[in-house]
Design a protein around this ligand. Structure first.
Ligand code: GAR
Length: 229
C-alpha cells in the first residue's frame, strides 16, 4: 500500500510544495492523504487544493485549551489513517498526548543544524552567534520543543554579508531537498524509531543524523524535482 502522509502547516507551505512536487515527479512513492492547517489564511492550503489534496483547518478559538485542540486534530487526522505525520512549518507547540499518540510516526523540519538554535529566528541567531555553518534538520518529534532524535541535516555556509532573509532563502532551498529525501526512506519502510533510537534498515544511524551531502551508498536517489515558487 502507498505510504500515506498527513502534512501539517501554518503558513506558506513551500515545504509542502516540495513534497507534492517530489511525489508528482515520481521520486517519492507516497501520497498526501490530507493537509491540516491551524490558520485559515495559510497559503499552503491553496497549494494542497491545487494538487487535489483534502484539507482541514482547525481554529484554536473553537477549543478551550491545547489538549482539546490536539484531540480534535487526532480525531481528524486518524480518519485518514496516516503512516507519517509531517510537520512542515506547523507553528504550534504540540501536547504530550499528541506526540505520544503519533510516537515514531511524527517528523518535523527545523531551520537550523539541531541541536543548535531551537525555537524561532534561527537564521538571525546563527548570524549573531558568528556561525560559519547553518542549515536545516529533520527529526522525529519528542515532547521537547524542536527536540527528538535527528534523522538528517543539510548544511549551508553563512556568508559575511548575509542577513536573515538571504540566509533563510539558502536554508529553505536545502529544506526542499532534505525533506522529500527523508520521506523516501520512510515511504520505503526503512526508517523507524524504536527505544534504541533512529534505525535505518534496522541499524542505528549516526548520533547527529545523516549529512545530506555525505549520504552513504543506498540512500541517494535522483535529484530533487521541479523548482517551486
Ligand atoms: C520552514 O523553514 C521550516 O523549517 C520552519 O518553518 C518554515 C516553513 O516554511 N519550521 C520551523 O521553524 C519549526 N520550528 P513553509 O511553510 O514555506 O514550508
Amino acid at each position: 500500500m502507498t505510504h500515506r502522509l498527513a502534512v501539517l502547516i501554518s503558513g506558506n507551505g513551500t515545504n509542502l510544495q516540495a513534497i507534492i512536487d517530489s511525489i508528482e515527479a515520481g521520486q517519492l512513492p507516497a501520497s498526501i492523504a490530507v493537509v491540516l492547517s491551524n490558520k485559515t489564511t495559510a497559503a499552503g492550503l491553496q497549494r494542497a487544493i491545487r494538487a487535489g489534496i483534502a484539507t482541514i483547518t482547525l481554529n484554536k478559538e473553537n477549543y478551550p485549551d491545547r489538549a482539546a485542540f490536539d484531540q480534535a486534530m487526532i480525531a481528524e487526522l486518524d480518519q485518514f489513517q496516516p503512516d507519517t505525520i509531517v510537520l512542515a512549518g506547523f507553528m504550534r507547540i504540540l501536547s504530550p498526548a499528541f506526540v505520544h499518540h503519533y510516537s515514531g510516526r511524527l517528523i518535523n523540519i527545523h531551520p537550523s543544524l539541531l541541536p543548535r538554535h531551537k525555537g524561532l529566528h534561527t537564521h538571525l541567531h546563527a548570524i549573531e552567534a558568528g556561525d560559519t555553518e547553518h542549515g536545516c534538520s529533520v527529526h522525529f518529534v519528542s515532547d521537547e520543543l524542536d527536540g527528538g532524535p535527528i534523522i538528517a541535516r543539510a548544511q549551508v555556509p553563512v556568508l559575511a554579508n548575509d542577513n536573515e532573509e538571504t540566509l533563510s532563502n539558502r536554508v529553505q532551498a536545502r529544506e526542499y531537498e532534505l525533506y522529500p529525501r527523508v520521506l523516501e526512506w520512510r515511504a520505503a519502510g526503512r526508517l523507524t524509531l524504536d527505544p534504541r533510537g533512529v534505525q535505518l534498515d534496522g541499524q542505528p544511524i549516526p548520533a547527529d543524523g545523516f549529512d545530506l551531502d555525505q549520504l552513504p551508498a543506498g540512500l541517494t536517489t535522483a535529484p530533487a524535482g521541479p523548482r517551486r515558487s
